[in-house]
Design a protein around this ligand. Structure first.
Ligand SMILES: [Zn+2]
Length: 338
């Protein structure tokens, strides 16, 4: 090991004092040609490896010519004391990239079971433009999420969702949306993770997770082990959303073609109420879509021959609302007023 404390001043701008850098136990090759600092870990690797398949490092490291190198005493990346500093990177992610660059065939077989390693390799190769590696990792990830059972602990897939957003992969994000939201225990963690994100994939995940949680209703929230982790702001959103949705079936309004609006509206309300007899268990008051799906097959001419054409318009309005909600929960939560 070198003694990094021999020239602390050169490193002090990038490394906290308590964090003197250490050499990575695996990726510090004595015959390496460039020393890279990521957080507080030093990697000594081969420029030639970094240049293959990569546009980003290609542009960064192809600059100094051999002549210039001879003339410059201490080039960035030549020593532990003057490493090439890779900002905005994590040790874990950079190590995953190096794994993909250096792994032996028998090691590669094992990576398939390591979700974090694969996700990190995919993200890092995307960031630095290793197209071949990214394609390889992304294919493995797709296969993994299509074949493995994540019905419990799907929150572990949130970092993969991050990668889907980064690489703009609709395939992966849609698969994940389905899996993550199936796992009841992941919903709160999903809400917390996605809160405040601006990308449309995150917004979609956030809004659907909020909806899924909203329809559980205040009584069940109390028994949720993770409920206390939600910020007050989100809990308020949930309460307002819950009561807004629960009130919807009682507040269907449409443009009447009849001449007795009040009577028409209350008439439809009682017909809808009759439709929902037996409707409670499994369905929460805020589950407007579930409610509509339940009444739709029951509200038929054979059951309600006296329903007027105008009241049929009211039912069509319920359908509109249900379709609109399903297509854009984000709009519902974004428009919520309190
Ligand atoms: Zn009417």
């Amino acid at each position: 090991m070198s003694d990094p404390s021999s020239s602390p001043s050169m490193l002090s701008t990038t490394i906290a004092e308590s964090d003197s850098p250490e050499r990575d136990p695996k990726y510090y090759f004595q015959d390496g040609s460039i020393i890279i600092l990521v957080q507080s870990t030093l990697f000594k690797i081969h420029r030639s490896r970094l240049l293959q398949d990569s546009s980003v490092f290609g542009a960064t490291f192809s600059l100094p010519s051999p002549d210039r190198k001879a003339a410059t005493a201490n080039l960035e990346g030549d020593s532990d004391e003057n490493p090439f500093v890779l900002h905005g990177e994590t040790t874990q992610r950079f190590r995953a990239l190096l794994f993909a660059l250096y792994a032996m065939p028998y090691e590669i077989e094992n990576i398939v079971s390591d979700l974090d390693l694969l996700v990190n390799a995919a993200s890092a190769s995307h960031k630095y433009g290793f197209e071949g590696i990214e394609k390889w990792a992304a294919n493995l990830l797709k296969k993994k999420i299509q074949t493995e059972d994540f019905s419990e602990g799907a929150a572990a897939l949130l970092p993969l969702f991050e990668y889907a957003v980064l690489s703009d992969s609709t395939d992966i994000s849609n698969d994940l949306l389905r899996i993550i939201l199936q796992d009841e225990t992941s919903v709160v963690r999903t809400i917390i993770r996605a809160d405040g994100e601006e990308h449309e994939y995150w917004k979609k995940l956030y809004a659907i997770a909020l909806y899924r949680y909203t329809i559980k209703g205040p009584v069940r929230w109390k028994s949720e082990p993770h409920h206390a982790l939600l910020p007050v702001r989100i809990r308020i959103i949930l309460h307002v959303a819950s009561s807004t949705l629960a009130h919807l079936p009682h507040a269907i309004s449409w443009t009447h073609t009849c001449d007795g609006e009040e009577k028409c509206t209350s008439g439809l309300a009682s017909m809808l109420k009759a439709c929902t007899e037996g409707y409670d268990g499994g369905h929460q008051p805020a589950d407007f879509i579930g409610w509509y799906r339940y009444i739709r097959p029951r509200f038929k001419k054979s059951y309600y021959p006296k329903s007027t054409r105008c009241q049929d318009l009211g039912v069509a309005e319920c359908a509109n609302k249900a379709v609109k909600f399903e297509a854009g929960w984000w709009d519902f939560f974004a428009d919520l007023k309190w």
